[in-house]
Design a protein around this ligand. Structure first.
Ligand code: ADP
Length: 260
């Protein structure tokens, strides 16, 4: 007897893991790509999603500090790494969990590629969305990484200055080259909120990011203000998106837009 093809297909689909990789990239470093990745993962978890986080910035890992999981070590099952569970309900893996703190990570390209492969091909059982914090910039390493571990979509993070310098455009073309759909643009450090009076000001003007997103043909997902509270909480390993302070709101709003 031949098996019923339809039944076989249904069984295969049910078994197939649908781990969607969402890559977070930027034209250059220091724009808040890691901060957004961490807080987006925490915000999506708060909204009920099964999210994991990979720190692909293997030369300068910052996720263990941002997520308050410094010093923890992943275990292994067979050849697979088992992610570290953060306090925020988000399992995560970073080279910072494998290397000793402060130890310089100086590998050649192929070794770095292998290391990254191990983080992405780890045991992400039960996870639907894997947020991958890419290394800064738009070089060959990034391109080969996203071709090998193809993301379902990419987010671009940019500051208002970065947009003016068209660094963000390079990040966009990186994903276009690899045929990765662009989910949208997030503007970080957009305006400054005074910690004393709460007044918001825009040293670089307003509306530039929306216009730039439109020009690059992708949705604008929202802006995150520059606040001292975001910086201090991040440094303390307390992602603002996991708390009840006002700083959580912009991250939750972007996570909701991703759901839509
Ligand atoms: P990247 O990953 O792009 O290199 P980071 O996420 O490491 O950037 O951020 C660089 C620095 O800026 C960090 O000290 C971080 O705490 C700070 N930072 C990021 N976003 C904000 C923000 N919206 N408000 C205040 N500080 C921020």
């Amino acid at each position: 007897d031949l098996p019923d093809v339809t039944q076989v297909r249904i069984a295969m689909t049910a078994e197939k893991r649908t781990l969607r990789i969402v890559a977070v990239g930027s034209g250059k470093g220091g724009v808040g790509k890691s901060t957004l990745s961490a807080n987006l993962a925490v915000a999506l978890h708060r909204l009920g999603h099964r999210v994991g986080l990979v720190d692909a910035d293997i030369y300068g890992p910052s996720q263990p500090r941002l997520m308050g999981s410094e010093g923890e070590k992943p275990t292994a099952e067979g050849k697979q790494l088992v992610p570290v569970m953060s306090h925020w309900g988000v399992p995560m893996l970073s080279m910072g969990h494998l290397a000793d703190p402060g130890q310089a990570i100086a590998w050649r390209g192929p070794m770095a590629g292998n290391a990254l492969g191990q983080l992405i091909d780890a045991q992400w059982d039960g996870i639907d969305i894997l947020i991958v914090d890419l290394p800064p910039g738009t070089g060959d390493v990034q391109l080969s990484m996203i071709s090998k571990h193809k993301p379902a979509g990419a987010l671009i993070v940019s500051t208002p200055q970065d947009l003016a310098l068209i660094d963000a455009t390079r990040a966009v073309s990186l994903f276009e080259q690899a045929d990765v759909p662009l989910i949208g643009l997030v503007e970080n450090m957009a305006g400054y909120v005074c910690p004393h009076c709460g007044e918001a000001s825009d040293p670089f003007g307003q509306g530039g990011a929306e216009a730039a997103a439109a020009q690059m043909g992708m949705p604008f997902l929202g802006r995150i203000p520059l606040t001292i509270a975001i910086r201090t909480a991040s440094d303390a390993g307390l992602p603002p998106a996991g708390g009840d302070a006002a700083e959580a709101a912009p991250f939750l709003a972007i996570a909701r837009r991703l759901e839509a």
